[in-house]
Design a protein around this ligand. Structure first.
Ligand SMILES: Cc1cc2nc3c(=O)[nH]c(=O)nc-3n(C[C@H](O)[C@H](O)[C@H](O)COP(=O)(O)OP(=O)(O)OC[C@H]3O[C@@H](n4cnc5c(N)ncnc54)[C@H](O)[C@@H]3O)c2cc1C
Length: 272
Protein backbone atom coordinates (compact mmCIF):
# COMPACT_ATOMS: atom_id res chain seq x y z
CA UNK A 1 0.00 0.00 0.00
CA UNK A 2 1.27 3.47 -0.89
CA UNK A 3 1.69 5.48 2.30
CA UNK A 4 4.08 8.30 1.26
CA UNK A 5 2.64 11.39 -0.45
CA UNK A 6 3.86 14.83 -1.44
CA UNK A 7 0.91 16.37 0.39
CA UNK A 8 -1.76 15.11 2.78
CA UNK A 9 -4.89 17.23 3.08
CA UNK A 10 -6.91 16.78 6.27
CA UNK A 11 -10.63 17.43 5.72
CA UNK A 12 -13.16 16.60 3.05
CA UNK A 13 -15.05 19.86 2.59
CA UNK A 14 -14.82 22.78 0.18
CA UNK A 15 -11.34 23.96 1.22
CA UNK A 16 -9.97 20.41 0.93
CA UNK A 17 -11.56 19.80 -2.48
CA UNK A 18 -10.09 23.04 -3.82
CA UNK A 19 -6.62 22.26 -2.43
CA UNK A 20 -6.63 18.69 -3.72
CA UNK A 21 -7.65 19.65 -7.28
CA UNK A 22 -4.93 22.30 -7.50
CA UNK A 23 -2.29 19.91 -6.12
CA UNK A 24 -3.26 17.26 -8.67
CA UNK A 25 -3.08 19.88 -11.47
CA UNK A 26 0.49 20.55 -10.32
CA UNK A 27 1.39 16.87 -10.57
CA UNK A 28 1.67 16.14 -6.86
CA UNK A 29 0.88 12.86 -5.14
CA UNK A 30 -1.93 13.64 -2.73
CA UNK A 31 -3.98 11.91 -0.06
CA UNK A 32 -7.11 13.45 1.44
CA UNK A 33 -8.21 12.27 4.87
CA UNK A 34 -11.97 12.71 4.76
CA UNK A 35 -14.62 12.39 7.39
CA UNK A 36 -18.18 11.54 6.35
CA UNK A 37 -19.62 14.25 4.04
CA UNK A 38 -22.46 14.96 6.51
CA UNK A 39 -19.92 16.36 9.00
CA UNK A 40 -19.10 19.31 6.72
CA UNK A 41 -20.57 22.69 7.73
CA UNK A 42 -21.76 23.09 4.16
CA UNK A 43 -23.93 19.98 4.39
CA UNK A 44 -26.03 21.80 7.01
CA UNK A 45 -26.70 24.87 4.81
CA UNK A 46 -30.33 24.90 3.74
CA UNK A 47 -29.80 26.94 0.58
CA UNK A 48 -26.61 28.44 -0.84
CA UNK A 49 -27.16 31.42 -3.12
CA UNK A 50 -23.77 33.17 -3.10
CA UNK A 51 -21.40 30.73 -4.77
CA UNK A 52 -20.28 31.97 -8.20
CA UNK A 53 -20.85 29.82 -11.28
CA UNK A 54 -23.50 27.58 -9.79
CA UNK A 55 -27.25 28.04 -9.45
CA UNK A 56 -28.73 28.18 -5.93
CA UNK A 57 -28.81 24.73 -4.36
CA UNK A 58 -28.90 23.03 -0.98
CA UNK A 59 -25.74 22.57 1.04
CA UNK A 60 -26.16 18.79 0.81
CA UNK A 61 -26.25 18.94 -3.02
CA UNK A 62 -23.21 21.21 -3.15
CA UNK A 63 -21.35 18.96 -0.68
CA UNK A 64 -22.03 15.99 -2.96
CA UNK A 65 -20.59 17.94 -5.94
CA UNK A 66 -17.41 18.81 -4.01
CA UNK A 67 -17.07 15.18 -2.86
CA UNK A 68 -17.44 13.85 -6.39
CA UNK A 69 -14.73 16.22 -7.64
CA UNK A 70 -12.51 15.13 -4.77
CA UNK A 71 -13.04 11.46 -5.56
CA UNK A 72 -12.47 11.96 -9.29
CA UNK A 73 -9.32 14.07 -8.79
CA UNK A 74 -6.98 11.09 -8.70
CA UNK A 75 -5.99 11.72 -5.07
CA UNK A 76 -6.04 8.82 -2.64
CA UNK A 77 -9.13 9.20 -0.47
CA UNK A 78 -8.60 7.92 3.06
CA UNK A 79 -11.96 7.67 4.79
CA UNK A 80 -11.74 8.41 8.49
CA UNK A 81 -10.49 10.90 11.05
CA UNK A 82 -6.90 12.05 11.23
CA UNK A 83 -6.05 11.52 14.89
CA UNK A 84 -2.63 13.09 15.17
CA UNK A 85 0.16 14.63 13.14
CA UNK A 86 3.78 14.01 13.98
CA UNK A 87 6.45 16.36 12.55
CA UNK A 88 9.53 14.32 11.62
CA UNK A 89 12.22 16.67 10.28
CA UNK A 90 11.27 17.42 6.67
CA UNK A 91 8.22 15.15 6.66
CA UNK A 92 5.07 14.49 8.67
CA UNK A 93 3.40 11.34 9.91
CA UNK A 94 -0.40 11.32 10.00
CA UNK A 95 -2.28 8.71 12.04
CA UNK A 96 -5.72 7.69 10.78
CA UNK A 97 -7.18 4.98 13.02
CA UNK A 98 -4.43 2.41 13.32
CA UNK A 99 -2.99 3.30 9.87
CA UNK A 100 -0.08 5.67 9.37
CA UNK A 101 0.70 7.87 6.35
CA UNK A 102 3.65 10.12 5.53
CA UNK A 103 3.90 13.37 3.57
CA UNK A 104 6.30 16.21 2.81
CA UNK A 105 3.73 18.99 3.30
CA UNK A 106 0.41 19.08 5.08
CA UNK A 107 -2.75 21.13 4.52
CA UNK A 108 -5.25 21.46 7.35
CA UNK A 109 -8.76 21.95 5.95
CA UNK A 110 -10.66 20.56 8.90
CA UNK A 111 -13.37 23.22 9.23
CA UNK A 112 -14.46 24.29 12.69
CA UNK A 113 -15.10 22.00 15.59
CA UNK A 114 -18.21 23.04 17.42
CA UNK A 115 -17.82 20.32 20.01
CA UNK A 116 -15.97 21.61 23.06
CA UNK A 117 -13.37 19.48 24.80
CA UNK A 118 -14.60 17.90 28.02
CA UNK A 119 -12.85 19.22 31.13
CA UNK A 120 -9.69 17.13 31.53
CA UNK A 121 -9.78 15.77 27.95
CA UNK A 122 -6.92 17.89 26.62
CA UNK A 123 -4.77 17.45 29.74
CA UNK A 124 -5.07 13.65 29.80
CA UNK A 125 -4.95 12.99 26.05
CA UNK A 126 -2.29 10.28 25.65
CA UNK A 127 -2.32 9.69 29.41
CA UNK A 128 -5.36 7.51 29.88
CA UNK A 129 -7.50 9.33 27.27
CA UNK A 130 -7.45 8.08 23.69
CA UNK A 131 -9.34 8.84 20.48
CA UNK A 132 -8.63 5.44 18.90
CA UNK A 133 -9.64 2.04 20.28
CA UNK A 134 -7.89 -0.01 17.60
CA UNK A 135 -4.61 1.89 18.20
CA UNK A 136 -4.51 1.91 22.01
CA UNK A 137 -7.00 -0.80 23.02
CA UNK A 138 -4.37 -3.47 23.66
CA UNK A 139 -2.91 -1.35 26.48
CA UNK A 140 -6.16 -1.90 28.40
CA UNK A 141 -6.65 -5.64 27.91
CA UNK A 142 -8.32 -7.09 31.01
CA UNK A 143 -8.95 -3.60 32.40
CA UNK A 144 -11.97 -1.31 32.74
CA UNK A 145 -12.45 1.37 30.11
CA UNK A 146 -15.13 3.93 29.30
CA UNK A 147 -16.20 4.62 25.72
CA UNK A 148 -17.83 8.03 25.25
CA UNK A 149 -19.48 8.45 21.87
CA UNK A 150 -22.57 7.92 19.77
CA UNK A 151 -23.00 6.33 16.40
CA UNK A 152 -21.58 3.42 14.48
CA UNK A 153 -17.90 4.10 15.12
CA UNK A 154 -18.36 4.34 18.91
CA UNK A 155 -20.38 1.10 18.95
CA UNK A 156 -17.78 -0.62 16.81
CA UNK A 157 -14.93 0.56 19.06
CA UNK A 158 -16.76 -0.50 22.25
CA UNK A 159 -17.39 -3.96 20.71
CA UNK A 160 -13.74 -4.15 19.66
CA UNK A 161 -12.57 -3.37 23.20
CA UNK A 162 -14.90 -6.00 24.66
CA UNK A 163 -13.63 -8.45 22.06
CA UNK A 164 -10.03 -8.04 23.25
CA UNK A 165 -11.02 -8.55 26.87
CA UNK A 166 -11.75 -5.08 28.29
CA UNK A 167 -14.63 -4.39 30.67
CA UNK A 168 -16.43 -1.59 28.81
CA UNK A 169 -18.67 1.14 30.26
CA UNK A 170 -20.58 2.80 27.42
CA UNK A 171 -21.67 6.45 27.50
CA UNK A 172 -23.52 8.54 24.91
CA UNK A 173 -21.69 11.57 23.53
CA UNK A 174 -24.39 14.09 24.47
CA UNK A 175 -23.64 14.53 28.14
CA UNK A 176 -21.60 16.60 30.52
CA UNK A 177 -18.47 14.65 31.33
CA UNK A 178 -15.38 15.44 33.31
CA UNK A 179 -12.14 13.53 33.33
CA UNK A 180 -10.08 13.41 36.50
CA UNK A 181 -6.95 11.66 37.62
CA UNK A 182 -3.41 12.03 38.90
CA UNK A 183 -0.53 11.48 36.51
CA UNK A 184 -2.99 9.46 34.39
CA UNK A 185 -6.75 9.75 33.93
CA UNK A 186 -8.53 7.34 36.26
CA UNK A 187 -12.06 8.71 36.72
CA UNK A 188 -14.93 9.68 34.43
CA UNK A 189 -17.50 11.88 36.12
CA UNK A 190 -21.02 11.83 34.65
CA UNK A 191 -24.27 13.09 36.22
CA UNK A 192 -22.55 13.55 39.57
CA UNK A 193 -21.28 9.95 39.63
CA UNK A 194 -17.64 8.98 39.59
CA UNK A 195 -16.70 5.97 37.45
CA UNK A 196 -13.28 4.50 38.20
CA UNK A 197 -11.63 3.41 34.95
CA UNK A 198 -8.20 2.54 33.59
CA UNK A 199 -8.75 4.29 30.27
CA UNK A 200 -11.24 6.54 28.51
CA UNK A 201 -11.91 6.37 24.76
CA UNK A 202 -13.59 9.46 23.31
CA UNK A 203 -15.01 8.80 19.85
CA UNK A 204 -16.11 12.05 18.18
CA UNK A 205 -16.55 12.96 14.52
CA UNK A 206 -13.69 15.42 14.62
CA UNK A 207 -10.47 16.01 16.46
CA UNK A 208 -9.98 19.68 17.30
CA UNK A 209 -7.13 21.10 15.20
CA UNK A 210 -5.70 22.42 18.47
CA UNK A 211 -4.96 18.77 19.37
CA UNK A 212 -3.92 17.63 15.89
CA UNK A 213 -0.56 19.29 15.23
CA UNK A 214 1.93 20.05 18.01
CA UNK A 215 3.36 23.57 18.02
CA UNK A 216 0.69 25.33 15.93
CA UNK A 217 -0.03 28.94 16.90
CA UNK A 218 -3.69 29.99 17.29
CA UNK A 219 -5.30 33.41 17.30
CA UNK A 220 -8.83 33.85 18.60
CA UNK A 221 -9.40 30.10 18.43
CA UNK A 222 -8.33 29.82 14.78
CA UNK A 223 -5.14 28.53 13.17
CA UNK A 224 -2.90 31.57 12.61
CA UNK A 225 -1.79 31.87 8.96
CA UNK A 226 -0.04 34.39 6.74
CA UNK A 227 -1.14 35.41 3.24
CA UNK A 228 0.38 32.20 1.83
CA UNK A 229 -1.80 30.22 4.25
CA UNK A 230 1.41 29.10 5.98
CA UNK A 231 1.03 28.26 9.67
CA UNK A 232 3.68 28.63 12.38
CA UNK A 233 4.96 25.10 11.59
CA UNK A 234 7.10 24.97 8.41
CA UNK A 235 5.45 22.71 5.83
CA UNK A 236 1.98 22.97 7.40
CA UNK A 237 -0.61 25.13 5.62
CA UNK A 238 -4.25 25.72 6.55
CA UNK A 239 -7.39 26.74 4.68
CA UNK A 240 -11.09 27.31 5.18
CA UNK A 241 -13.10 27.75 8.35
CA UNK A 242 -10.24 26.47 10.54
CA UNK A 243 -8.32 29.70 9.81
CA UNK A 244 -11.16 31.84 11.19
CA UNK A 245 -13.89 34.19 10.03
CA UNK A 246 -15.61 34.87 7.69
CA UNK A 247 -17.08 31.35 7.55
CA UNK A 248 -17.94 31.42 3.86
CA UNK A 249 -17.64 28.93 1.07
CA UNK A 250 -15.88 31.22 -1.42
CA UNK A 251 -13.25 32.09 1.19
CA UNK A 252 -12.67 28.38 1.96
CA UNK A 253 -12.24 27.53 -1.72
CA UNK A 254 -9.87 30.47 -2.33
CA UNK A 255 -7.75 29.62 0.69
CA UNK A 256 -7.58 25.95 -0.37
CA UNK A 257 -6.16 27.07 -3.72
CA UNK A 258 -3.56 29.37 -2.12
CA UNK A 259 -2.55 26.72 0.45
CA UNK A 260 -2.04 24.18 -2.36
CA UNK A 261 0.16 26.54 -4.40
CA UNK A 262 2.19 27.40 -1.29
CA UNK A 263 2.67 23.71 -0.49
CA UNK A 264 3.94 23.18 -4.05
CA UNK A 265 6.46 26.04 -3.59
CA UNK A 266 7.50 24.68 -0.20
CA UNK A 267 8.25 21.23 -1.66
CA UNK A 268 10.19 22.77 -4.56
CA UNK A 269 12.23 24.81 -2.03
CA UNK A 270 13.27 21.66 -0.15
CA UNK A 271 14.75 20.20 -3.33
CA UNK A 272 17.03 23.21 -4.01
C1 LIG B 1 -26.02 26.28 8.49
C2 LIG B 1 -24.90 26.85 7.64
C3 LIG B 1 -25.22 27.58 6.51
C4 LIG B 1 -24.22 28.13 5.70
N1 LIG B 1 -24.56 28.83 4.60
C5 LIG B 1 -23.59 29.36 3.81
C6 LIG B 1 -23.92 30.09 2.63
O1 LIG B 1 -25.09 30.24 2.29
N2 LIG B 1 -22.90 30.63 1.91
C7 LIG B 1 -21.59 30.49 2.25
O2 LIG B 1 -20.72 30.99 1.54
N3 LIG B 1 -21.25 29.77 3.36
C8 LIG B 1 -22.20 29.22 4.15
N4 LIG B 1 -21.86 28.50 5.26
C9 LIG B 1 -20.43 28.35 5.61
C10 LIG B 1 -19.76 27.25 4.76
O3 LIG B 1 -20.51 26.07 4.83
C11 LIG B 1 -18.33 27.03 5.28
O4 LIG B 1 -17.64 28.26 5.28
C12 LIG B 1 -17.57 26.00 4.45
O5 LIG B 1 -18.25 24.75 4.46
C13 LIG B 1 -16.16 25.83 5.02
O6 LIG B 1 -15.51 24.83 4.30
P1 LIG B 1 -14.31 24.01 5.00
O7 LIG B 1 -13.84 23.05 3.96
O8 LIG B 1 -13.37 24.93 5.65
O9 LIG B 1 -15.01 23.22 6.22
P2 LIG B 1 -16.13 22.10 6.17
O10 LIG B 1 -17.02 22.25 5.00
O11 LIG B 1 -16.78 22.10 7.52
O12 LIG B 1 -15.32 20.74 5.96
C14 LIG B 1 -14.39 20.29 6.90
C15 LIG B 1 -14.41 18.77 6.87
O13 LIG B 1 -13.24 18.28 7.50
C16 LIG B 1 -13.60 17.19 8.32
N5 LIG B 1 -12.62 16.98 9.38
C17 LIG B 1 -12.43 17.69 10.51
N6 LIG B 1 -11.46 17.16 11.26
C18 LIG B 1 -11.03 16.07 10.57
C19 LIG B 1 -10.06 15.09 10.85
N7 LIG B 1 -9.34 15.13 11.97
N8 LIG B 1 -9.87 14.09 9.94
C20 LIG B 1 -10.61 14.04 8.80
N9 LIG B 1 -11.57 14.96 8.48
C21 LIG B 1 -11.76 15.95 9.38
C22 LIG B 1 -14.94 17.63 8.90
O14 LIG B 1 -15.60 16.54 9.51
C23 LIG B 1 -15.59 18.16 7.63
O15 LIG B 1 -16.17 17.10 6.88
C24 LIG B 1 -22.86 27.94 6.07
C25 LIG B 1 -22.55 27.19 7.19
C26 LIG B 1 -23.56 26.64 7.98
C27 LIG B 1 -23.19 25.83 9.21
Amino acid sequence: MDTMFDVIVIGGGAAAASAVMTLKNRGKTVAAVCNRAETSSLYKAEWVTNYPGLPPMSGAELTALFRRQLEESGAKIITGRALSVMPMGTSFGVAVGSEYYMCTALILAAGITREKLYPGEGEYLGMGVSYCATCDGMLYRGKTVAVVGSGEEARHDADFLEGIGCRVLRFEQNGKYEIRGGIKADTLVFAGQEHKVDGIFIIKDTVSVTKLVPGLVYENGAVAVDRRMATSVPGVFAAGDCTGKPFQLAKAVGEGNVAALSAVDYIAGLKK
